[in-house]
Design a protein around this ligand. Structure first.
Ligand code: SF4
Ligand code: MG
Length: 320
């Protein structure tokens, strides 16, 4: 059992003890190989930063990322490049991340040739295989991004990420821009590819409903801090943190348990000047005087379930 309230995280290891993330204040993330972790929060909560730090696109302002027992900053340049290659990102707007002047063949096939993953002579064949795997006709390899629909462009982005043989894919609002019906198709594609390519996912979204559909565990973030980490079924059926409960109350398909919770009130405060103590206190229906004064620590309630709320001090933690 991994103590999710512990300091450091374990990201995609062959033996489940490989990489470590302590990237954003209060983030202690433990990702097991093959897992889908959802990261949920309003915009500005730090979830995109967390993804970018893990992908080694942005530097960690606090804490560190390590992989196979080695901190990124202690790696040799080739080790660090290999790490970064093994973590690929898929973004919300595929149009913005696909070069409009490049053919799909090159968008997907250029980087794997450059990185020696596939010989140049095999590029067309390699790209065709990837296109088939994401549900695109390889005949379209000579086309440009604008000749595809939004859903197809996102499939191109997925094929481009897969081409580099990543271990971890960070999806940052990867389906947010798509129609609801297309969203479901792309989410299902992610799940199919997970099995086929033995992938681990970090699925970042403002939408708890989307994340709940695909994730094994969910990390709830609020204003740069993790407020709750739990297996997905616990998040949906026995959420501990009042913010998580408020997110559930806002989901369109309300079930009885969720009706018990109050939707979130008020505006999101500036992440640059978060409220004192528990930063959720101005919006929390259960706030006590202590909440404005004291930052609640992320506390383990049960195996794999942690929450940062002073209410948990009022009752003994559920035995694991
Ligand atoms: Fe609400 Fe207080 Fe818990 Fe924060 S610590 S979520 S303000 S009850
Ligand atoms: Mg974001």
């Amino acid at each position: 059992p991994v103590d999710v309230a512990g300091r450091i995280a374990n990201l995609l290891g062959a033996n489940n003890r490989a990489a470590v993330v302590h990237a954003v204040a209060g983030v202690d993330l433990d990702v097991r190989a093959g897992e889908v972790i959802g990261v949920v929060g309003e915009s500005g909560c730090g979830k995109s930063t967390l993804g970018r730090v893990i992908a080694d696109i942005s530097p960690a302002t606090e804490g560190e990322v390590s992989y196979q027992g080695k901190r990124l900053q202690d790696m040799t340049a080739p080790e660090r490049r290999a790490y970064a290659l093994g973590v690929q990102m898929i973004f919300q707007n595929p149009m913005a991340s696909l070069n409009p002047r490049m053919r799909v063949l090159d968008i997907i096939g250029e980087a794997p040739v450059v990185h020696g993953i596939v010989p140049a002579a095999k590029k067309t064949e390699y790209v065709a295989g990837l296109m088939r795997q994401v549900g695109l006709d390889p005949e379209y390899a000579q086309r440009y991004p604008h000749q595809f629909s939004g859903g197809q462009r996102q499939r191109i982005g997925i094929a481009r990420a897969l081409a580099l043989k990543p271990r971890l894919i960070v999806c940052d609002e990867a389906v947010a821009a798509l129609d609801v019906s297309i969203q479901a198709q792309v989410l299902n594609l992610f799940l199919e590819l997970r099995r086929e390519f033995d992938l681990t996912y970090l699925f970042i979204s403002h939408n708890l409903g989307v994340v709940g559909h695909v994730s094994d565990r969910v990390v709830i973030m609020y204003l740069g801090r993790v407020v709750e980490v739990a297996p997905t079924d616990v998040v949906f059926n026995r959420p501990n943190h009042p913010y998580t409960q408020a997110l559930l109350a806002e989901l369109p398909t309300l079930e009885t348990t969720r009706r018990a919770y109050q939707p979130i009130k008020g505006e999101l405060p500036s992440p640059l000047r978060p409220p004192t103590g528990c930063s959720f206190h101005p919006r929390c229906p259960h706030a006590m005087p202590r909440c404005a004064a004291e930052l609640p620590a992320l506390r383990t309630l049960a195996d794999g379930h942690a929450s940062a709320c002073h209410l948990n001090d009022l009752q003994p933690a559920t035995p694991a």
